[in-house]
Every structure is written in structure tokens, then in C-alpha cells.
Design a protein around this ligand. Structure first.
Ligand SMILES: NC(=O)c1ccc[n+]([C@@H]2O[C@H](COP(=O)([O-])OP(=O)(O)OC[C@H]3O[C@@H](n4cnc5c(N)ncnc54)[C@H](O)[C@@H]3O)[C@@H](O)[C@H]2O)c1
Ligand SMILES: [Zn+2]
Ligand SMILES: [Zn+2]
Length: 369
């Protein structure tokens, strides 16, 4: 055992997450122990907490984290002890048809989705006989975590740990949705619906893509200010009437944005994204709904106008390539990731953070250890 660590544990979905003292195993072959420095609170954590996705419990939460490698198991050559790493919530299985085509972000058989280490062992223990799973095999809401070495991606020196944590999920998801999934051409008009950590990362990606117009949409005006600070050219407060929002968006973008990114995960805003498309426009769905939700749209104009819908998982990322790239852009000032972090909290504040998130109050809350 590596000793005991404090960790945020979801014992039962729909019930409050609690801080527990757990035993952490020593890293074995192919594993590393990461002393966590920061973990973002992503809406995906809230989906899990609220039981909107089916996940096994008890489980140590968190999938957006960064820390320093403290120990490596036998045979591990990368990462090295002392390196700053961001953790990837998706390790490809390597053998499925998506992995064989090099499209690892699609991998449906990722061992990460077993929420254990690669051989099914749990990194955390309550006692000798009962283990606690690790969300996506990385469990970032813990003072330290033992993870597969492949999930720990070294970053260049000097990156702020909070920014490094966000590269582990929202930055890669949002920036990658623009640059990789949609490959938005320079000069395109873009709209982004929902301005949390993911949506604002889409805005930052659209700036890097040299979009001509970036319209940021949210139901809260504070989020519009945040979007302007990372490069949105226009903002739009979403009211109750989706048709009115779509019409105003059309006025701002010469009939509709070439690309609309949905970064909330609600059927109503998915439908708004599709309804706002001009002829030839593309809706990129990034937000994740509760499992089982459906959205609908009128088929004839969609087909007649050659419109498109694309789903984007993890920003079509290859973490070993994209994490260091996004980190370097952060250091160069091209990705102002620090502007996304507007509240730093302790490990015991996670339930409060979830409450704030339900109200949309902060852009990104980050646990610092
Ligand atoms: N595709 C992926 O790989 C991936 C990765 C990470 C997160 N996600 C998903 O992305 C979504 C966003 O995550 P986040 O952490 O940025 O969430 P968040 O809760 O921080 O942000 C959501 C934003 O949407 C706004 N909003 C909510 N309802 C609205 C409405 N009806 N109209 C306009 N604005 C509205 C809120 O005010 C808030 O600013 C979640 O569903 C999350 O699970 C997807
Ligand atoms: Zn996330
Ligand atoms: Zn695979």
C-alpha cells in the first residue's frame, strides 16, 4: 500500500459525494502514482453524481486532473518521476475497429470505461476485501491516484497545474471539437451554445481557427462576459423562445452560422443548434445528455439544404499529441485557459461545487490539493 489518501467518493448515485480516507495501492507494472495538484469539476461529473449515466459505485470521482508523478511501477519508462502530467480519461483498447483506423477517440472498448486499473484491480481500498473504483481509471478527485502509465501524459515545464487539469478534459474537448472534429475553415462563422468550461474552450478553438464571427450564447449574462474575454465577437442571451434566439442568431450571421456547437447536452438546445443552421451548415454536438434522451428535427429542409450533424467525443483527441500541443499554446498565450478558472476550492467543497454548477454560476471550479 502507498498509504492513505483523502478522496471524493460517490457511494451511491443520486446521493451526495463524500470525502473518505482510502488506502492506495503501490503502482505495479505499467502503472504510476500521481500526486494530484488540481482537478476540475466538469459537468460530466455532475451527470454521474446525479445518476444521469449508469456508473458502478462506490467510485472515486473526477476525470479532469493533473499532478506530479511520484512513483512508477516496474518497467515504466514514461512518464518519469517528477514530471507534470495531465491525465487522459480515455486509453484506447488498440484492437477495435476504431483503434485499428487510428480513430482512438471513438474507441467503445476503452479499458478506461471499466473504471478500474487495466487488469480489473482497484487502486483504492476501504479495507483488504473491498475496493473502490476509479472514474475512467484516473480518479482525479483524490490527493493521489494510481493510474495506467498510458493515461499520464507529460506536459512541458511551467504549465499552471489548474490549466494542466483543464487540458485533461474541457480544453481538449472544446478546442479539439473545432480544430479536429469539425476542422472549421478560416473565415467561417461559428456559434457556441452553452458557455461552461467546454463551451468557452470551443470559443477559444474558434479564435485559433480564425473564424470570422464567433457568437456565444448562454442563458446567463455573466457567461457572455467570460466568452468575450476569450475572443467571442458577439454574444446572445438565450431566452425562453428558441425560435427568437435562432432568428437573432440568423441576423448576426448572414442567415445562420456555418458551424453551431452545442455544449450543454439538452434536447432543446440540440434542436436549437440544428434549427439555426443555414444551407450547408454543420451542427457539432459536444454536450452530453442524460442517457436515453432524444431530439428531433424537420427532415426535409435538413436534407434539401445539405446540412450536417456531427458528434464530437473528447475533441477527437490523441492525448499524447494534443495535450502537449495545447499546453504549449497555453504557455504562448494563444489559449488563455487561466481565464476559465474562476473558483478554486478544497476537496470537501465538491457537493457545493455541484450545486453552483446546477445554477450555472461559475465557468470552471477547480479543486486544488
Ligand atoms: N463530448 C465530450 O467528449 C464531452 C467532454 C466533456 C464534457 N462534455 C459535456 O459537455 C457539456 C458541458 O459541460 P460543462 O462542464 O462545460 O458544463 P457547465 O455546466 O459548466 O456549462 C453549461 C453551460 O450551459 C448553460 N446553459 C444551461 N442550460 C442552458 C439553456 N437552456 N440555454 C442556454 N444556456 C444554457 C449554463 O448556464 C452553463 O454556462 C456537459 O453535458 C458535459 O457532460 C462532453
Ligand atoms: Zn469532463
Ligand atoms: Zn478501441
Amino acid at each position: 500500500m502507498s498509504g492513505s489518501v483523502r478522496a471524493v467518493v460517490l457511494e451511491q448515485v443520486g446521493r451526495p459525494a463524500v470525502v473518505r480516507e482510502l488506502e492506495l495501492i503501490e503502482p505495479r507494472a505499467g502503472e504510476v502514482r500521481v500526486r494530484m495538484l488540481a482537478s476540475g469539476v466538469c459537468h460530466s461529473d455532475l451527470h454521474v453524481r446525479d445518476g444521469e449515466w449508469d456508473r458502478p459505485t462506490p467510485i472515486v470521482m473526477g476525470h479532469e486532473g493533473a499532478g506530479v508523478v511520484e512513483a512508477v511501477g516496474p518497467g515504466v519508462t514514461s512518464p518519469r518521476v517528477g514530471e507534470l502530467v495531465a491525465l487522459s480519461w480515455l486509453i484506447p483498447c488498440g484492437v477495435c475497429r476504431s483503434c485499428r483506423r487510428g480513430r482512438i477517440w471513438e474507441c467503445p472498448d476503452s479499458p478506461s470505461y471499466g473504471h478500474t486499473l487495466l487488469d480489473g484491480e482497484t487502486a483504492f481500498r476501504i479495507d483488504r476485501s473491498s475496493g473502490v473504483r476509479s472514474y475512467c481509471a484516473i480518479a482525479t478527485m483524490a490527493e493521489a491516484s494510481v493510474v495506467p502509465a498510458a493515461a499520464a501524459i507529460p506536459l512541458p515545464d511551467g504549465v499552471d497545474p489548474g490549466a494542466a487539469a483543464l487540458i485533461g478534459c474541457c480544453v481538449t474537448t472544446g478546442v479539439g471539437a473545432v480544430l479536429r472534429t469539425a476542422a472549421v475553415p478560416a473565415g467561417s462563422s461559428v456559434a457556441v451554445i452553452g458557455l461552461g468550461g467546454v463551451g468557452l474552450s470551443v470559443v477559444m478553438g474558434a479564435v485559433l481557427a480564425e473564424a470570422s464571427r464567433i457568437v456565444a450564447i448562454d442563458r446567463l449574462s455573466a457567461k457572455l462576459d467570460a466568452a468575450r474575454s476569450v475572443g467571442a465577437t458577439d454574444t446572445l442571451l438565450a431566452g425562453e423562445d428558441a425560435a427568437e434566439t435562432a432568428a437573432t442568431l440568423g441576423d448576426l450571421t448572414d442567415g445562420g452560422p456555418d458551424y453551431v456547437f452545442e455544449a450543454i447536452g439538452r434536447p432543446s438546445t440540440v434542436e436549437l443548434a440544428i434549427s439555426a443552421l443555414p444551407v450547408g451548415g454543420t451542427a457539432v454536438l459536444v454536450g452530453m445528455t442524460p442517457i436515453g434522451e432524444r431530439a428531433s428535427f424537420e427532415v426535409f429542409p435538413f436534407v434539401d439544404g445539405a446540412r450536417r450533424i456531427i458528434g464530437s467525443n473528447y475533441g477527437s483527441a490523441e492525448p499524447a499529441i494534443d495535450f502537449p500541443r495545447y499546453a504549449a499554446w497555453t504557455l504562448e498565450g494563444k489559449l488563455p485557459v487561466d481565464r476559465l478558472i474562476d473558483r478554486r476550492i478544497g476537496i470537501e467543497d465538491v457537493e457545493d461545487a455541484f450545486d453552483q454548477m446546477r445554477q450555472g454560476r461559475y465557468v470552471r471550479q477547480v479543486i486544488t490539493f
